[in-house]
Design a protein around this ligand. Sequence first.
Ligand code: PMV
Length: 343
Amino acid sequence: MSISTQSYQSATSAPSNIAIVKYWGKKGIQEPVNPSISFTLSKALTKTAVSYQPGDAPLNIEFLFEGLTKPDFLPKLQTLSDRLKAFLPFLNSGRLKIESSNTFPHSSGIASSASSMASIAKALLAIQKQLDTSQLPDDYRQMLSEMARLGSGSACRSTISGWVLWGETLALPEASNKYGLSINQQVHDSFNDLQDTILVIRKGSKAVSSSLGHELMTHHPYRQGRIEQANKNTIALLKALKDGDFKAFAQICEEEALSLHGLMMSSSPGYTLMAPESLRAIKRIVKFREHQHIPVTYTLDAGPNIHLIYPKSQSKVMLPFIEEHLRPLCDNQEVIYDEISID
Ligand code: PMV
């Protein structure tokens, strides 16, 4: 068979997201054991450029992150491309070069696997569109989210802007374990301008990868209770978002963050992922809220860094507090100001 000399290029980007109800524990191929709800960020992006050269030999992948070859990321990309062959037949053969970079600092507490897998899925889909669209559905947004999920679970929420629900729930029959669903239509306007200010308490790689965290849930003594809690919180959060009820929102947000850390502490072996400054920041945030009576809450992913969440209208009050009382708790005094992205 003749080998084409033509090569195909695509360049895309995708944002990270922050979960309010956390995905923690998986089954099958990257399906969640419980539903999760997040909002997508606007400034924390992964940019990806892909170049593809068709050929007969089995697919060869080269990966560069911020200009450097990253062999440790290759097995993940190999798994992703194997899983995506059913959607993107070109991944069976040829040479693929993927180059990614983040607009946010590495290991800053912003989920880079979500934005990177979402942007890679987008870039690969763009190549398939150039080669042959006959196998693609007319509306491929759902497929794109499903493809991103096969790279990293939370990435399926990053292909959609604003508020996203991922995972089956009694509250919404159309929700799926396979892809994220936009719930922007069901969200009160007051939740459409949320700020997410990230307090980088500790820079550096996470002590425990999310893959290990998910695995620890398989035989976790509180597994069943956690699944029930997440289902209950999903239903309650959907109601709080619809009603514009920040107080209920904040309660669920904090319960979910602390539960995630509690589950890590009570797994076998157990892990403490917060740093002393994380707890100090939480105490300062809660005290500030009690004194000022303003809508502000926080969440954490599986690490020490804090996401401070408040409506844009509160920025004037929040900024001096953050700069004076929270920035000094951060590693190298690093704070990242981000916000929800809504199309
Ligand atoms: O997508 P993963 O495998 O990196 O898991 C993400 C898990 C959390 O960030 C802790 C929660 C979530 O829902 O994003």
